[in-house]
Ligand binder design. Sequence first.
Ligand SMILES: N[C@@H](CCC[C@H](N)C(=O)O)C(=O)O
Length: 282
Amino acid sequence: MEFTKGHGTGNDFVILPDPDGALDLTPGLVAAICDRRRGIGADGVLRVVRSAKHPEGAALAGETEWFMDYWNADGSYAEMCGNGARVFVRYLLDTGLATATDAALPVATRAGVVRARVDGEVVAVEMRRPRLYDASTTHLDGLTLAGTAVDVGNPHLVCPLPAGLDLPELDLTRAPQFDPVLFPAGVNVEFTAPGAPVEGTDGHVLMRVYERGSAETLSCGTGACAVAAVALRDAARDTGVVAVDVPGGRLTVTVTDDTCWLAGPAVLVATGTLTPNTLTTP
Ligand SMILES: N[C@@H](CCC[C@H](N)C(=O)O)C(=O)O
């Protein structure tokens, strides 16, 4: 089984080409591939499959050839992955499965079609505008933090830290607790603090994230979009540009009236051959 490894601001993925949807990808195999000691190691898997050949992509086959079949490191799958989409586009272009044109490149996901533009190292994807919902809380390490539920195609809870508490102090080795009624399918939890002004932006936020199905990661693209939408609301703005600094680098989020552009570096770092029968899960 051929694979490619790539990442976007440190959010890393194993990419499996499976154009005809022939691969028997199971939760156990995904978890074994993503295991950082016994497998290749990654925050998630991106299966590259023709839209027409995937049950959830078939309805979008008229709009785009490729479906991003995204799986979290624990073998669960998610509706959307912003950094994954950016790395997926880098893969399509570098392998010649798609060509860059002036028109934005469409990619099918479980959350619908996203469109991408590439400018050198930077890949930007256009998703729908994040939707802000209820206030809620999370419990972490004896702390109770208030937050806002945000839907970016997948679920998020954005929790600004109170004054006196710094992001590096958080212990994210264990999962934050959340309201299971509000988030029956789980949630990605973002913790934020204000950043110093950045020229050319309307806001700057520092963020750490605990991802559903993958634990703490160095970056989360949809999380950055959720964080930007909350920052703009708190600044009494409908639209704007927000720099979001994650442990793996900087993402730039542009929220418009009805869409949200997520931009940042996306790189491929390795290719290889995987021998699935040698993989074991803990
Ligand atoms: N890292 C991703 C989000 C991946 C999915 C998430 N863990 C979920 O279960 O919703 C991103 O860059 O958006």
